[in-house]
Write a new protein. Structure first.
Length: 291
């Protein structure tokens, strides 16, 4: 039986300490504030990050881990493990997955490093990592784990309410005119991530309407899109909005009793684009091998 190491990035929400406790390698995602590079959970805390965002003049941007850094980690891990299953954030949102997939084709990594592009991010990505770890602990090979996660790649959804349009505008996701109109009208967009696409789902004006919209979207997915997928997880992600996330969990539990709903902070590299106050509901499958 081969020894398989599971690896991900910090967009999964798994911290360095949690990764060590789980036996999972976590690559920190880099981001820049006024040209200075920081690494999530290593050189900047969540508290300091949101404090920096309060300054409208601050320029915040994101990047991907350098190819050299990724290959260095792989080389080190392969001195101890036979195979690596690497689960980066969705290729539809970041180029880091495409870069890792290209690097995995190099001679020293081919057939030993399996890069999973199953279109996950945040809590859905975290679920995939935990599932991969459990499969590895049960004796599945790297290729078998890769095949299972890729087979189920479209069995997840995220619905996220953005509290402010300012950061989408600053990141170029919205034109200044659209952002200005949205701000004046006090619009809170609800976005959706299904597969590789990040799309607009609904436009609401109140937090109550946003939560109701997301609950209805989850119900529709469970009854229709995922009706034949078996057991599903429901999770919550947020940006500096823990109290509201706790209340949202109670509302989700009333709508969908019996679920063990996990709450997590969205990663800083995602928060760069949406700012504080965001709230998300996520659904992801349980592979049949783990039911």
């Amino acid at each position: 039986m081969s020894k398989v190491k599971i690896m991900t990035d910090s967009n999964s929400g798994i911290t360095q300490d949690q990764g060590r406790a789980l036996g999972v390698e976590v690559v920190p995602m880099p981001f820049f504030i006024d040209g200075t590079q920081y690494f999530e959970d290593i050189s900047m805390s969540q508290k300091d990050f949101y404090q920096a965002l309060l300054d409208d003049k601050v320029n915040v941007s994101t990047s991907q881990p350098s190819p050299e850094a990724v290959m260095e980690v792989w080389t080190k891990l392969l001195s101890e493990y036979d195979e690596i299953v690497h689960i980066p954030m969705s290729s539809g949102i970041s180029s880091s997955c495409a870069t890792a997939s290209m690097l995995a084709g190099e001679d020293e990594f081919a057939g030993r490093v399996f890069v999973v592009d199953n279109q996950r991010i945040s809590v859905t990505q975290r679920r995939s990592v935990l599932q991969a770890k459990e499969l590895a602990d049960r004796g599945y090979s790297g290729k078998e784990i890769y095949d299972i996660l890729m087979r189920d790649k479209f069995q997840s959804s995220i619905y996220i309410m953005v509290d402010t349009l300012k950061y989408l505008r600053k990141g170029g996701r919205l034109t200044p005119a659209v952002a200005a109109i949205g701000t004046v009208l006090r619009i809170r967009p609800v976005l959706q991530i299904q597969g590789e696409r990040l799309d607009s789902y609904a436009k609401v004006k109140t937090l109550k309407q946003a939560k109701s919209t997301m609950i209805k979207a989850v119900a529709s997915d469970l009854e229709n899109r995922f009706a034949d997928c078996g057991d599903m997880y429901i999770d919550i992600a947020h940006t500096q909005n823990r109290e509201e996330a706790e209340q949202f969990r109670e509302e989700l539990l009333r709508a969908f009793p019996g679920h063990d709903i996990y709450i997590d902070d969205l990663s800083l590299s995602v928060s760069c684009h949406i700012g504080p106050g965001a709230l998300a509901a996520a659904i992801s499958n349980v592979p049949r091998e783990l039911r």
